[in-house]
Structure formats: C-alpha cells, structure tokens
Design a protein around this ligand. Structure first.
Ligand code: SF4
Ligand code: SF4
Length: 177
C-alpha cells in the first residue's frame, strides 16, 4: 500500500502550545491521580503484622478441612466424589471398611496436595455429606513440598482450629433449630 492510497486516513499532528510542549497538562493529570490515592482509604494491610478482614469466611476458599460428626469421627464416607470432581487431581483417598455400623466405608488415608490445588471449591460442591470444606485460612506455609501435602490428621486439625468461627453446615442447621 502506498502512502497516497485513498484508503488511508491521515490524522494531522495536534498543535501543542508551550504548556503542552513542556508536558504540563500531563504532569498535573498525574499529580491529581497520585494526590487522590494519597487521601483515599487504604486497601492494603501490612501482613503479617496486620491481618486482612475476610468478608464472609463461610464462602472463602482457603485451606481445606475435614469435618467431624457429633461423635468426633471423620464425616467422610470415602465415596471418592471429591477426588473425581477435582480438576487438579490433588486429592488422594484410600478407603477401607468402616469400623462403625452407620456407614460402609471411611477414609483410612485422605490427603490433599495444597500446592497443586487451585482452590476452585469443586470438592466441597461434590461432597454428599458436607465432609470437606474450604476455610478462610489463607496463609499456607511449609518448608518442603511434602509438608504441603495435608494428611487426614492435619485436615481434621484444621476443623478443630476453625469450627468455632466457621461452623459446618450441620452445626449451622443445629444452631438454627
Ligand atoms: S478446591 Fe478444587 S482443586 Fe482444590 S482439592 Fe478441591 S476440587 Fe481439587
Ligand atoms: S470428602 Fe465427601 S466427597 Fe470426598 S470422599 Fe469423603 S464423603 Fe466423598
């Protein structure tokens, strides 16, 4: 295509005054934005000294927990629905015959690789007995990859840690009665 092609629309260069040539309008525009942000409410916190507030902990997707029933037993019935629904394939369950008469199976071993997890919440959605939930704990740390694979005991301990602030659906129902 040649420069004189009629399909080309040429835009004339704007005529700048002295202020424009010295970038004064743009400097004022930039300073206005900076001043506005200096006096607007802060959205950041000095973590970990300060902790951010979670709007609704019940719908936050943080570290998982395995819920316990009224008798303190793991609620999971080893149906594998969460592991099947998990798009990141980070749930590993070994089911075994249940030692209790009210269910057929229980998880002999249950682990979640928190480093592979994408915190989508599909496992929680899939569980038919509300045994797995995501909590509002978000500061996950570990010194090795192995430490970030949460086993059954660790997932149950997250339940103990969060149950008062974030009761399970069963506990919420019981409290509403
Ligand atoms: S939150 Fe999503 S990615 Fe993480 S374990 Fe559950 S289903 Fe898998
Ligand atoms: S946590 Fe829920 S969905 Fe996953 S195996 Fe246990 S009962 Fe099934």
């Amino acid at each position: 295509m040649k420069s004189n092609d009629p399909a080309i629309t040429w835009v004339p260069e704007p005529k700048l005054g002295l202020a424009g040539k010295m970038y004064l309008p743009l400097v004022v525009q930039g300073l206005t934005v900076t001043t506005k942000h200096l006096f607007s409410p802060k959205m950041t916190v000095s973590f970990p000294e300060e902790r951010p507030t979670i709007g609704n902990p019940l719908i936050y997707r943080g570290v998982h927990r395995l819920n316990k029933d009224e008798q303190g037993r793991v609620k999971c019935v080893a149906c594998f629905l969460c592991a099947t629904a998990c798009p990141a394939h980070c749930i590993d369950i070994i089911g075994a015959e249940s030692p209790w008469p009210d269910r057929e199976k229980y998880p002999e071993s249950f682990s979640i690789d928190e480093l592979r997890c994408i915190f989508c919440g599909m496992c929680e959605e899939a569980c038919p007995v509300d045994a797995i939930e995501l909590t509002s704990l978000f500061d996950l740390t570990g010194r090795s990859r192995e430490e970030m694979i949460f086993d059954k005991e660790k997932l149950l301990s997250v339940y103990d840690q969060t149950k008062d602030a974030e009761p399970s659906p069963m506990e919420r129902e019981a409290a509403a009665r």
